[in-house]
Design a protein around this ligand. Structure first.
Ligand SMILES: C[S@@+](CC[C@H](N)C(=O)[O-])C[C@H]1O[C@@H](n2cnc3c(N)ncnc32)[C@H](O)[C@@H]1O
Length: 360
């Protein structure tokens, strides 16, 4: 069985299991590979969790070409497949696909920063708005999301996950993908957005939004719920653990039925969108849970909302910098000294990241 790829598994299934499933023998049929995974694992006691390889097989089928299928191999019959290694490869591939560093789509004309030509260094740090990729946050912030989601699982932090401001859904898709690799069938991923773009500023209530940057009104920020659902479906990840919360945050978040979160990811750009999310959701974040603010370095109104909320509630957990835009902290934990965030840091970080070699 050395050098066994999924194409080989197809053949071994026919010999050993005698399946007459329609489509059997077609190497890239997802349902087929899911069943192959189960079948294969039942016959290989070294692999402890049948569900896991079947998930890998179906996800790899859903997201990649036949060439990729053949790179997933058993090196030796007596060697245990490393679950962790397969998981890491799947998640890494998901990240590459979600930012579309694979097909290198250019930026949206006239959008943030005005960068149109694909630039790997910008995509690494969310420095452009991709034309077709399913997230604009870039590789560094997806890696951060992956790290923190995995921490909640390892540390058994109770609760669900939510992103407020999802655009095409990429961050939520990644969270759901990670849950599937741990066979977690309990936690939900809440997908909160107007699906109509950002609300009009209300300067009388939120003066910090009066001078919103013009890019926040770009029509490309409007993505329909149907489109986001379709994006989940493309990865085979739309199920009842994904909950859509449709509407402006001021209408939906204060009334949200969910009571406990392990991770909050706030990406609504504006003062209003950020403060409403903090007021509604932070009290529901478990002690030891994580909160990510996507736009702390990018939008002044967002930064002010975070600073105001933290000051008002005496939150002194240190802010950790992800890249020029994103920060995170852990509720109820002191780890490092809180950073200073000079007004010029956004530009400075983007330029310095653009010059260094990104981790892709
Ligand atoms: C910058 S995009 C989010 C990017 C996304 N997280 C990603 O992974 O690419 C901002 C999103 O927030 C939504 N949004 C901002 N403020 C909102 C509000 N107050 N209520 C509902 N949706 C809001 C917009 O509709 C838009 O989809």
């Amino acid at each position: 069985m050395s050098d066994l790829g999924f194409g080989d598994l197809t053949r071994s299934k026919s010999q050993r299991c005698g399946s007459n499933q329609p489509g059997f023998g077609t190497p890239y049929d997802c349902k087929l590979h899911r069943s192959i995974g189960v079948c294969f694992l039942r016959r290989n006691p070294v692999v402890k969790k049948p569900h896991w390889l079947s998930v890998i097989a179906s996800r790899v089928c859903a997201t990649s070409s036949g060439g990729t299928l053949r790179t997933v191999r058993m090196e030796n019959q007596n060697e245990t497949i490393s679950e962790a290694r397969l998981r890491a490869k799947y998640i890494d591939l998901m990240i590459k696909i979600l930012v579309n560093s694979i097909y290198e789509d250019p930026g949206i004309p006239g959008s943030y920063n005005g960068h149109e030509a694909y630039d790997e260094r910008r995509r690494a740090v969310g420095g452009d708005w991709p034309r077709t990729a399913h997230t604009m946050v870039g590789v560094a912030r997806l890696n951060n999301l992956k790290d923190l989601v995995e921490r909640t699982i390892r540390e058994e932090v109770p609760g669900d996950y939510i992103e407020t401001g999802v655009w095409r859904g990429g961050c939520c898709i990644l969270m759901r993908a990670i849950l599937s690799t741990y066979d977690d069938r309990q936690r939900k991923v809440y997908v909160a957005d107007s699906f109509e773009g950002l609300p009009a500023p209300k300067p009388e209530t939120y003066p910090a939004d009066a001078d919103d940057p013009p890019f926040l009104r770009h029509p490309a920020l409007t993505v329909s719920e149907a489109q986001v659902r379709k994006n989940f479906t493309k990865y085979g990840l739309l199920d009842n653990q994904v909950v859509f919360i449709r509407g402006f945050f001021s209408d939906t978040l204060p009334e949200l039925a969910a009571q406990t979160f392990a991770l909050l990811r706030l990406d609504g750009d504006m003062y209003e969108s950020t403060i409403v999310a903090l007021e509604s959701l932070y009290p529901k974040l478990s002690s030891g849970g994580y909160i990510i603010i996507d736009d702390y370095g990018a939008v002044e109104g967002c930064r002010k909302a975070v600073d105001d909320y933290r000051a008002r509630h005496s939150i002194d957990a240190p802010l950790n910098v992800i890249d020029w835009g994103g920060v995170w902290w852990r509720k109820g934990h002191r780890e490092r000294k809180t950073i200073d965030w000079p007004a010029s840091i956004a530009t400075h970080h983007l330029e310095s990241h653009a010059q260094s070699s990104p981790r892709m």
